[in-house]
Design a binder for this molecule. Sequence first.
Ligand SMILES: *[C@@H]1O[C@H](CO)[C@@H](O)[C@H](O)[C@H]1NC(C)=O
Ligand SMILES: [Zn+2]
Length: 350
Amino acid sequence: MMYVKSATLISFLISAFIGSSTVTAQSLGKGFIFNCDDPGVVALTFDDGPGPYTDTLLEYLDKANIPATFFVLGSAAKAYPDVLKRTFAAKQNHQIALHTYSHANLTSLDAASQKKEILDAADAVAKIIGKTPTYMRPPYGECSEGCGKVMAENGFSVIQWNADSNDWRYKAKTVEERRAIPLQNIMNEVKPKSPAKDNFIVLQHDPDDISVENVVKFIQLFDKAGYKFITVADCLKNKVTPYKGVPAKTAKAVAANGKFADFKAPDAKTPDAKAKDPVAKEPKEPQAKSKNDVKPKKDEENKAEAKGAFPTPNDNVGAAKDGPEANSASIIKSSALVSLLSGAVGLLYL
Ligand SMILES: *[C@@H]1O[C@H](CO)[C@@H](O)[C@H](O)[C@H]1NC(C)=O
Ligand SMILES: [Zn+2]
């Protein structure tokens, strides 16, 4: 009996420990950004888009009336140019930033290829929104010393994160788990912190229906905990302008629209016209004009390419470092273990 109780206690403590370390491996290069400047703010950031669910995300951000930051892929921007335009044009002043052209692991490339990845992304985005982003996030958080140097030399600031939903890790799990685990991961980050001292740069991915659905709960969680919402550039007080050659201006963090506290996301698994047929909303883009331009691929090929960039198999290389499966399993179990533990503690002291 006693043995069972201590085993429970030990496994609870282990799972609580693992569950709390949800900030994944990322390069800690000189000058890289992991935090905002001021306490009490949260910058929601979305990588790998634009994608078929980005419009739904824009609706949620509009309902909450808060800004976010999008680290987009050049290839995905080409596949969803109108989604990117809508993101940039939204009245919440979302920030557009870069995530390379093809979701390359920059650490594995030579300097010339690192430069090409970021400049191609910048060029693809500039062609669509008319401005060149200066903030970038390296795929997998991987940016070696050489990569950091290439980014700095070319005028890009490297933005990492300090709260990871780890949303992409649970693709093979049930919908319920994909809803519960990323929320729990973020709760583990928020709970021990306070808006009087702390701030967050949160990592999520928008080419994922459940991640987008989860954003509603994330916003409500941060709102209830007393945080205000802000873009990355604004949370860094625009020390670096978010777009090349554009004067920096600072916008304050904003509270979520009060009505959003009760907003319920429609079930992402319920087919809705937009999610079912995102392509139909995309008008045809003008084709490349210059003969130097690469012959444009068909929309479908582009979409497949952009989709392939959303990390699953390759990211597992990085994932293996932190043992994500142990992590997720223990989080799922920990709530059950809490009840077990309280029972065990109760027995010990009776
Ligand atoms: C990226 O490349 C570096 C160098 O080859 C390697 O050590 C690292 O594990 C790779 N990361 C991922 C996520 O593949
Ligand atoms: Zn990514």
